[in-house]
Design a protein around this ligand. Structure first.
Ligand SMILES: [Zn+2]
Ligand SMILES: [Zn+2]
Length: 178
């Protein structure tokens, strides 16, 4: 899938200039091992850009429906996401802005006047994915023995699991202490 770019108007390169930019782009899958997030629908971006002198500050949101699978039962899950955007692009030919904030990392504009929207949307969404994706908070997961999805069906394995013969600590109860 080709990257999508936002061509910035010349007027935005005046210090203190601002601009709103909205639209939709298709987004390739994002892999965050072991999860893969798929975007069946285009993602929406809503950006506000401020020229701070040496850089363009980009804030706003990226909205997306990310499809992946539940970490416990592997059923498909769709996450409705509104990810925050915060990025700084250096303006070519200007000195790097002096800032107290050492956390700021600057990105480069493409050909000096374009923002790589694909990269910006992916980076913003990547920060917003949950640590673990579950179909529901009380997902019962798969049976570790027979592999059945315990949200949809039951199995008899749970009973066997409680059987002392499979419990490595079962022998302890037969130990006699004088
Ligand atoms: Zn699940
Ligand atoms: Zn089972």
């Amino acid at each position: 899938m080709e990257h999508q770019y936002l061509s910035l108007p010349e007027s935005l390169f005046e210090t203190s200039a601002v601009g709103d930019f909205r639209g939709e782009i298709p987004l390739p899958d994002i892999t965050m091992t072991p999860d893969v997030y798929h975007f069946a629908r285009p993602v929406r971006y809503d950006l506000f850009i401020t020229n701070t002198g040496g850089a363009l500050l980009v804030t706003g949101t990226v909205s997306a429906a990310a499809e992946t699978s539940c970490a416990r039962c592997l059923d498909p899950v769709t996450l409705d996401m509104d990810a925050e955007v915060e990025a700084y692009y250096l303006i070519p030919g200007k000195d790097e802005p002096i800032t107290e904030d050492e956390e700021i990392e600057y990105d480069q504009l493409v050909e000096g006047k374009k923002i790589d929207l694909t990269e910006l949307c992916q980076a913003s969404l990547a920060l917003a994915f949950p640590y673990i994706t579950l179909c529901s908070d009380d997902c019962k997961g798969l049976c570790p023995q027979c592999g059945k999805n315990l949200n949809h069906e039951t199995c008899d394995c749970a009973v066997e699991e409680a059987d002392d013969s499979t419990n490595p600590f079962a022998v302890l109860k037969d130990l006699k202490f004088d």
